[in-house]
Design a protein around this ligand. Structure first.
Ligand SMILES: Cc1cc2nc3c(=O)[nH]c(=O)nc-3n(C[C@H](O)[C@H](O)[C@H](O)COP(=O)(O)O)c2cc1C
Length: 470
């Protein structure tokens, strides 16, 4: 019997997230993102279709080089304006009962104490459906918005993230023992003080005393998502993530990435199955192959090539998109190296141009066909080791409605999609237990702050209580 795939709806609280220009389609509703009803309606649609989670991307600033003209982003609605996903999902929690609610949050945008408290609150409000996509930021402007001079060095960003998650794990897993919250009216004891601990974290960037203000939420630590692709990013994912996002060009490449990351997870003391992999794909669905191709041609009428280029930060210092015949070697950028390198791996017989990049971004991970052809395609991804699919939309809510109406029934017949939700928290639905596995590094903080834990010596403590501006 086949295992089913997990399905996440990939969205962002903005107009133009991935497929730029589509917001101009008559059936597109994504520019109504300020209206909470747009999201409540979508959340209900996704829950009726038994999607596992609604996953919100987020940014802390603009793409591109900070000192360049940024008008293209504003013109395109390209992730500006955009709203806070964490605030939004708390509203969605009250209109849904089963779907996971995943939010992206950058390590530099908030102090870990406050972030951990927000997520614990969300996990309480949603009865254990909170998930966190851990990101370290790729945008200079994002860092500048939070008081730093520039984008932090790549590997240092992941070192920062390691300390950030350590603080959060201590608060979520270690500050309150099981059974601490009593609410014993007759005994006049709300919680047992012997079971609520300070954590006395003192590290390079943070100094946090505790105790954690919220009591343990159903999952304690939210389900952990991550999408690093570099060496440092994968090492971080292998240690910390329970769900890793991939945007691999082919199942074969995904298979290699999965094997490499799983090997790193094993080296970090985890089980290979402690980490799941979720491939991002967009779908163009037709009753016949021809109809699907005609639809794709229609979608292409709305494509904004400027949008795709700007998302990859291919904008000159005056805010102009480089002409399509510009060779990639002529592009000056300090933020888009990863994507340019990725393209160079695809086009090896000549120097790729901006036009190649625009085409690649549009066609990357798009599946065009009938529901049966799409199901065949997904079977190939599953055979490569992929556990789930991150469904990337063209329009909201139409792309998800079509997927629900036409593709999911075929997938259900093949045992590839669930018909009902399993009981319990998001982690229980995915992994069979509410709490992080004992093999995860966060588990080391369970019971670690009892009587034996003590306040650090005074001379080791005079550390900043906020990230150091660099
Ligand atoms: C599917 C997917 C979703 C992502 N979502 C976000 C996001 O919402 N916000 C963000 O700042 N970065 C996001 N990223 C970027 C990653 O967090 C990461 O910075 C990027 O993949 C580069 O990884 P690396 O730093 O290990 O090279 C996403 C990446 C992928 C593949």
């Amino acid at each position: 019997m086949t295992n089913r795939l997990f399905f996440n709806a990939f969205v962002m609280n903005t107009t133009s997230h991935i497929h730029h220009g589509q917001w101009r389609r008559p059936d597109a509703r994504q520019s109504d993102f300020n209206d909470v009803q747009t999201w409540i309606g979508l959340a209900k649609t996704l829950e009726a279709a038994k999607f596992d989670s609604m996953f919100f991307a987020d940014v802390s600033g603009l793409y591109g080089d900070s000192d360049a003209d940024y008008s293209v982003y504003v013109r395109e609605g390209l992730q500006i304006p955009s709203n806070d996903p964490t605030v939004l999902v708390s509203a969605l929690a009250t209109h849904t009962s089963d779907i996971g609610l995943a939010v992206t949050s950058n390590v530099f945008q908030q102090h870990p104490t406050n972030f951990a408290r927000q997520i614990a609150t969300l996990d309480h409000m949603s009865n254990g459906r909170a998930a966190w996509n851990i990101v370290t930021g790729t945008q200079d402007n994002g860092y500048r918005n939070f008081g730093y001079r520039a984008l932090e060095d790549h590997d240092e960003r992941y070192r920062w993230a390691e300390e950030y998650v350590e603080v959060a794990y201590k608060l979520w897993e270690g500050s309150w023992d099981e059974g601490a919250l009593l609410r014993d009216k007759d005994g006049s004891l709300h919680a047992d003080p012997d079971k609520v601990h300070k954590i006395f974290h003192v590290g390079e960037r943070y100094s946090v005393e505790g105790p954690f203000l919220p009591s343990p939420s159903p999952q304690r630590t939210p389900l952990l998502f991550q999408a690093g692709s570099s060496g440092a990013g994968r090492t971080f994912a292998a240690r910390n993530a329970e769900a890793v996002f991939l945007v691999a060009p082919t199942p074969q490449i995904a298979e290699r990435q999965i094997q490499e990351t799983r090997a790193l997870a094993v080296a970090a003391g985890r089980d290979p199955k402690d980490v799941t992999f979720h491939q991002g794909l967009s779908f163009v669905i037709g009753a016949t192959e021809r109809e699907a191709q005609e639809k794709f041609a229609y979608y292409q009428q709305f494509v904004s090539t400027d949008g795709y280029a700007a998302h990859t930060a291919i904008v000159d210092p005056d805010g102009r998109i480089y002409p399509s015949d510009t060779p990639l070697s002529a592009i000056q950028t300090n933020t888009a190296h990863g994507f340019l390198d990725h393209l160079r791996q695809h086009i090896t017989d000549r120097e790729p141009t901006v036009a190649d990049l625009q085409i690649q971004r549009l066609r990357d991970a798009v599946v065009v066909g009938t529901p049966e052809q799409i199901a065949d395609h997904l079977e190939a991804w599953q055979a490569a080791g992929v556990d789930g699919i991150n469904v990337i939309n063209w329009v909201i809510p139409g792309s998800f409605e079509e997927f629900a109406d036409y593709v999911l029934p075929v997938l259900r017949e093949r045992g590839l999609a669930q018909s009902e939700y399993a009981e319990g928290t998001l982690r229980r639905k995915l992994f069979g237990s509410d709490r992080l596995s004992a093999r995860h590094p966060a588990a080391a903080f369970r019971g670690a702050f009892g009587a034996a834990a003590s306040r650090p010596r005074a001379e080791s403590a005079p550390l900043p209580t906020a990230p150091i501006a660099r």
